[in-house]
Design a protein around this ligand. Sequence first.
Ligand code: HEM
Length: 481
Amino acid sequence: MAESTPLLKASDLPLKEIPGSYGPVFWGAFKDKMDFYWREGTPKFYETRRDKYKSTVYRTNVAPGPPGFSNPQVVMLLDQKSYPILFDVSKVEKRDVFTGTYMPSTKYNGGYRILPYLDPSEEKHTKTKEFCFDVLKLSVPRILPSFHSAISECFNSWEAALAKSGKVNFATALTPATFKFNVKAFIGRDPTEAGTNSLGTSGPTYTQLWQFPQIAPILVVPVPKILIPLAEVVVHTFPIPFLFVKYFYGKLTKFFQTYATELLDLAESKHGLGREEATHNLLFYTLFNSWGGINIFFPGMLKRLGALSPEEQLEVANDVRKAISAEGGLTLKALSQMTLVTSLVYEALRIDPPVPFQYAHAKMDLVIESHDSSFSVKKGEMLAGYMPLACKDPVVFKEPDTFLPKRFMGDGSKLLKYVLWSNGPQTEEPSTSNKHCAGKDFILTMGPLFVAEIYSRYDYMQIDADGNLTILTKKRIPRRA
Ligand code: HEM
């Protein structure tokens, strides 16, 4: 038998031409872009092509594309067998692909290529990721008290608004609460506290104004039909200049320079990072990676909880309360004993992965396998994944579109290797030699903690399709006999 090239994986699966096409120059990309933003949206954009080509691996253009953005041509991966190639940094390069086929100007980060844009082969990746790990480690003692105080304010505000008007959009109080918590946990300072360069109550707004232009090119902006051409030109055709948000980013930077001095000292003395560079990295970890991620994850999970029946929610509440009573309080150890809550959090991250896209360039000629075929990819080609479909792969998950809180309990834990939200399987750990999310453990603490705080205080909640809390039933204290 002829020996296969070492770079190519021997496979019994038939080697097929990758289906799909990029279409005529410019127009092909334009058509796909219009389908993505306006005609189909997600996940339909990916599903229609998957169904048309009868393949979970195919060629397509992705947004944003020409004229203002770089090459949109990718090989799309949508199943559990092909997807993990995106995590294998021995085969793919992850340089400047954090936001996809385009990269926002480094002016959004003080002129630096910060950690999420670095490939593990770059020395700076190791230094900045080690710094990030230290920031997370130092936050541990602050997590429980800071979260309890911030989320209690949020709950009080929900209750007051519900009593007044019968419903409340949960985000109104949750967004500032998670912001306050996140900044306090990471740098030890309440961002709303008065003082030099305090952010007051404007932190979430400044941050969202800074985040928006960086991700706008891949956002489907909800606008009336008549405004689509305008939205196209302003948001999806050329990068938005940093100048528009310079003022807000300046405010955020000053806050970090003033109050994160101990962490910045550590970045200089232990990790050999320049103070400026460390500031922009730290700001990004705190406000973009962490708060940005939580800001998608918590609302998504809350909607899933609010859709559970009163009996199911009571079961979750009992899991929380049993652990709290065994440990004498809501501690990290108590969290680790909440088996249903832990499974529920994994299920929320599986069904609605908060960061849905991943990108990488093939470092070499490769053979990629789906469940039924194999495909050749050339060195330099861009690979892309849409995680919500890979995490609903019916070959791996039964009832993939249903939210099953107990899915990962008991034997179900064997499926954790297919939960990919953190840019890698749950059975693997982030390190300086991979691109696995540095905040994986932090989020796996925060998810259960959020659920535990809710069900320590409430028995039941109901949320409508617009994200309004309509019922919030306080925990019933059992009567003494
Ligand atoms: C639910 C919340 C979060 C989600 C869904 C999430 C998801 C991800 C994903 C998918 C990536 C890889 C992106 C890519 O390169 O393709 C990533 C990377 C990263 N995340 Fe998270 N993340 C979350 C929270 C956090 C938190 C709390 C931190 C804490 C600082 C964090 C820090 C990072 C960093 C620094 C990277 C880059 C890692 C590297 O370059 O090696 N993330 N995250």
